[in-house]
Design a protein around this ligand. Structure first.
Ligand code: ADP
Ligand code: AMP
Ligand code: ZN
Length: 216
């Protein structure tokens, strides 16, 4: 099963992917997490990606697609994958379809998590991320048990450099210009399900589970 979580920055993709992948035995692939790992390790890819991420811009398609396809080739993807933050452009979606086709695979479902624009900046600017496991919290909506510390592994919680109000706004502009056309792209291909993301985390999760079950 090849699934995509689509939605604006802050829609709740990472939050939901964390529980959904366990429920369905899928590999969680977040291109944002992969870039951040590379930035943390100081790889060549990380140094390149950082220049775009810090500005709230997209990393070029060729670099992103290459990294994603390498990740897809790893054995933990055998039962299926949940893509989070990829594709972000029509060209990325086309490259993915082209790469899956010779293997007899295709995108089975796209879950579009819809959240009103006003809520997105509040979510992004209050997000806290675990430096160790990448789990996300929110200062108001889902605070950790102990301030500044991850519930799961005691890792340090930090604010992503691109979650400042200024960069978050830029990322939303980029989303509307470059990523939101994918809603129509996947609707036309008959694989898109809209999920109401403007509810609490558990209610969004329940809608997503139903949508994934309906796919098979
Ligand atoms: P994305 O991966 O789509 O960018 P995240 O899953 O990281 O989004 O969520 C962005 C922020 O919003 C995080 O701080 C998260 O805790 C919070 N959040 C996620 N889902 C909800 C929700 N349903 N209600 C309120 N806050 C949420
Ligand atoms: P995310 O963690 O999904 O919010 O992504 C953080 C940043 O990583 C984005 O603002 C982009 O700079 C970069 N990025 C992540 N995924 C992609 C993608 N599919 N295409 C281009 N850039 C990406
Ligand atoms: Zn953690």
């Amino acid at each position: 099963m090849y699934l995509i979580l689509l939605g604006a920055p802050g829609a709740g993709k990472g939050t939901q992917a964390a529980t959904l992948v366990k429920e369905f035995g899928l590999a969680h692939i977040s291109t944002g997490d992969l870039f951040r790992e590379n930035v943390a390790k100081g790889t060549e890819l990380g140094l390149l990606a950082k220049q775009y991420m810090d500005r709230g811009a997209l990393v070029p398609d060729d670099v992103t697609v290459r990294m994603l396809l390498e990740r897809l080739a790893r054995p933990d993807t055998a039962k299926g994958v949940m893509l989070d933050g990829f594709p972000r452009t029509i060209d990325q979606a086309e490259a993915l379809a082209k790469a899956l086709q010779p293997q007899g695979k295709k995108i089975d479902g796209v879950m579009y998590i819809k959240v009103p624009n006003e809520a997105l900046i509040t979510r992004l600017s209050g997000r806290l991320t675990c430096r160790t496991c990448g789990m996300v919290y929110h200062v108001k909506f889902s605070p950790p048990k102990v301030s500044g510390v991850c519930d799961k592994d005691g890792g340090e919680l930090f604010t992503r450099p691109d979650d400042t109000v200024e960069t978050a706004k830029k990322r939303l502009d980029v989303y509307f210009a470059q990523t939101s056309p994918l809603i129509e792209y996947y609707t036309t291909r008959g694989v898109l399900t809209e999920i109401n993301g403007d509810q609490d985390v558990d209610a969004v999760g329940a809608e997503l589970v139903k949508a994934v079950e309906a796919i098979g």
